[in-house]
Design a protein around this ligand. Structure first.
Ligand SMILES: *[C@@H]1O[C@H](CO)[C@@H](O)[C@H](O)[C@H]1NC(C)=O
Ligand SMILES: *[C@@H]1O[C@H](CO)[C@@H](O)[C@H](O)[C@H]1NC(C)=O
Ligand SMILES: *[C@@H]1O[C@H](CO)[C@@H](O)[C@H](O)[C@H]1NC(C)=O
Ligand SMILES: *[C@@H]1O[C@H](CO)[C@@H](O)[C@H](O)[C@H]1NC(C)=O
Ligand SMILES: *[C@@H]1O[C@H](CO)[C@@H](O)[C@H](O)[C@H]1NC(C)=O
Ligand SMILES: *[C@@H]1O[C@H](CO)[C@@H](O)[C@H](O)[C@H]1NC(C)=O
Ligand SMILES: *[C@@H]1O[C@H](CO)[C@@H](O)[C@H](O)[C@H]1NC(C)=O
Ligand SMILES: *[C@@H]1O[C@H](CO)[C@@H](O)[C@H](O)[C@H]1NC(C)=O
Ligand SMILES: *[C@@H]1O[C@H](CO)[C@@H](O)[C@H](O)[C@H]1NC(C)=O
Ligand SMILES: *[C@@H]1O[C@H](CO)[C@@H](O)[C@H](O)[C@H]1NC(C)=O
Ligand SMILES: *[C@@H]1O[C@H](CO)[C@@H](O)[C@H](O)[C@H]1NC(C)=O
Ligand SMILES: *[C@@H]1O[C@H](CO)[C@@H](O)[C@H](O)[C@H]1NC(C)=O
Length: 468
């Protein structure tokens, strides 16, 4: 396909007898653009035949329910009216597809493309912005995220500069120190052995624990993740204190609570970066996730119930006995700080500026973007269904839908993606790639907490497809 894009063509001033001069931009003019295939492992792992991709949705937690605008509980087809609204501007739920997909099982009356959860290429150690098949990826620590871009470059020999408005998803996280640490002495030569004995040490997390219920603002889309993280920290510490039969009065800064691998479930999470549930000692305390996240499955799926993930993050181990942290000496002392973190996914429209001196090389692209997008009309479906029962479509929609009674709309530079049935499980929703961010958060939490069988990346090719 040839797309026409508006580009400024760059040329190099080459005065006779002198060295290469500065780039000068000529006027903006429309140019033919062509699709440039990517050759990265990620592209190799992309299921071809994208035209056969089928969007679909199922509603209901256990018993199927009829989806908004749907025909009957068994029909997974998305009504044309909904597709029309969320495709009125192609920046939303239908701008994305699962990279690897297969058709659903017709015997289950599910006619949609399902995802395969595999890693094709890891970007975890990258630090810059680059383009890969279908995406712009920014791995900078300040403003990470992905933009949805089907890569087309203008057909020019001298290079060009142009801008495009791109749908951007950004993970946002805030953390609060729980003022508790896990401390242990390395008592095994086996590098991958789990830590058998350790202390939970009070650095104020117990003795100075507030008695005031932390607040959560309920101000529409204006959510404050620090409030969520703080609420998670306070409740998490309280549950840990109760489990340890301690009180604020009996504890003190420096108090140690001995634990071992048989008294808790997570000792193999120590010694590395890990993610634990808020109730990591009291497994019965799963309701504190609801308190921190701000909604439960029985709340209404709406624009103010934003998807939030809460959990406890274990920082990398710090060696505390003064020895070299690169050496795993027997008897060495280590400490891991714990933070309560809350995360959400933030959508925006970003104006991305591309510069290239080639019309066929994605690697030579220079990518910059404005971090604050323009105000646009964001919408999500208005239903009275419960969060556990439905995943809502969302996206930038045409201004004509501003007062549409079937939508919640908000005009803003960005939009927090709403919670839905997928938020209850942390999985990749079948047929509904617009909820894949929830699966991504789930994978981060899962893969960090499991000691074996990580699904995010492995070396067998079972999940790391690029190896095969
Ligand atoms: C991207 O563009 C190419 C060329 O126009 C097209 O073949 C391909 O289907 C597009 N990809 C998606 C995911 O739409
Ligand atoms: C939905 O499918 C199930 C299983 O195939 C069937 O028992 C049920 O009658 C169907 N419901 C409707 C409303 O078609
Ligand atoms: C599945 O959905 C697609 C797209 O809506 C349609 O073309 C196809 O006929 C459907 N298949 C079945 C078995 O219903
Ligand atoms: C790119 O431009 C050149 C020269 O203008 C032309 O010969 C070529 O066909 C163009 N390629 C495409 C894919 O449009
Ligand atoms: C941990 O201590 C810091 C500094 O005193 C404080 O700001 C923070 O709220 C404490 N965390 C908790 C969970 O109380
Ligand atoms: C540590 O790794 C070795 C070699 O891969 C393996 O045999 C052993 O079972 C592992 N131990 C633990 C506790 O995972
Ligand atoms: C835990 O703390 C106690 C008391 O401070 C100390 O004797 C013990 O060695 C510590 N255990 C570990 C595994 O750090
Ligand atoms: C106790 O908590 C208060 C309020 O969170 C904080 O200002 C203070 O620094 C804390 N003290 C200690 C010893 O952590
Ligand atoms: C806390 O007290 C209960 C009841 O006395 C006891 O069963 C439990 O083992 C104690 N827990 C710890 C961590 O000491
Ligand atoms: C592990 O902790 C439990 C509960 O605190 C305790 O009863 C048990 O004796 C400990 N086991 C070892 C080997 O220290
Ligand atoms: C969304 O649902 C919650 C209940 O879970 C309610 O408190 C809130 O007011 C609703 N938001 C809107 C915009 O109606
Ligand atoms: C929606 O309603 C507001 C307030 O009544 C009005 O200002 C705006 O023009 C309406 N938008 C459309 C597209 O009708």
């Amino acid at each position: 396909m040839i797309t026409t894009i508006l580009a400024a063509v760059a040329g190099v001033l080459l005065p006779l007898g002198l060295s290469e001069g500065p780039f000068v931009l000529s006027n903006f003019r429309p140019l033919d653009a062509q699709y440039v295939p990517d050759t990265s492992p990620l592209a190799a792992a992309t299921t071809p035949n994208r035209g056969s991709y089928v969007y679909g949705r199922i509603c209901g937690t256990f018993d199927l329910m009829t989806c908004p605008g749907g025909i009957d509980p068994n029909n997974t087809a998305i009504p044309p009216s909904i597709v029309g609204i969320f495709n009125s501007i192609p920046h939303g739920s239908f701008s994305m597809q699962y990279r690897q997909f297969f058709q659903g099982d017709p015997a289950r009356v599910r006619n949609f493309s399902q995802s395969m959860e595999r890693a094709a290429q890891t970007f975890i150690l990258c630090k810059d912005s680059f383009a890969v098949d279908g995406l712009i990826v920014d791995m900078s620590s300040g403003h990470p995220g992905v933009g949805f871009w089907n890569q087309t470059l203008p057909n020019v020999t001298n290079g060009a500069t142009w801008t495009q408005d791109i749908l951007w998803l950004e993970p946002v996280t805030e953390c609060v120190n729980t003022n508790l640490t896990f401390d242990y002495i390395l008592d095994s030569y086996i590098p991958n052995a789990s830590v058998e004995h350790y202390n939970l040490t009070d650095h104020g997390g117990f003795s100075n624990l507030t008695r005031v219920q932390p607040i959560l603002n309920r101000d529409g889309q204006h959510i404050d993740l620090i409030q969520h993280a703080y609420k998670g920290a306070v409740w998490s510490n309280l549950y840990a204190l109760l489990y340890l039969n301690g009180t604020r009065e009996s504890s003190f800064v420096g108090a140690t609570y001995p634990l071992n691998s048989s008294s808790s479930l997570f000792s193999d999470s120590l010694g590395k970066v890990s993610f634990l549930s808020l109730s990591y000692l009291n497994t019965s305390g799963s309701d504190i996730e609801v308190t921190c996240e701000g909604y439960g499955g029985q709340d209404t799926a709406n624009v103010t119930n934003v998807h939030v993930n809460c959990g406890i993050f274990l920082r990398p181990p710090l060696r505390t006995d003064g020895g070299d942290p690169r050496l795993s000496d027997l008897g060495s002392k280590w400490s891991q700080n714990t933070y309560s973190c809350s995360s959400a996914t933030h959508a925006s429209i970003q104006r991305v500026t591309f510069s290239t001196n080639s019309s066929s090389d994605l690697q030579s692209l220079q990518i910059t973007r404005t971090l604050s997008g323009p105000d646009v009309l964001w919408a999500t479906e208005k239903t009275d269904m419960k969060i556990a029962d439905v995943d809502l479509f969302w996206g930038w929609v045409d201004d004509q839908y501003e007062n549409n009674t079937s939508l919640w709309t908000v005009r803003a530079p960005s939009f927090y993606l709403p919670a839905g049935g997928t938020s209850m499980w942390g999985t990749f929703p079948e047929g509904y790639p617009a909820g894949a961010h929830v699966g991504a958060w789930g994978t981060i939490c899962k893969s960090l907490s499991l000691s074996q069988g990580d699904t995010a990346a492995d070396y067998s090719g079972r999940t790391d497809f690029a190896i095969l």
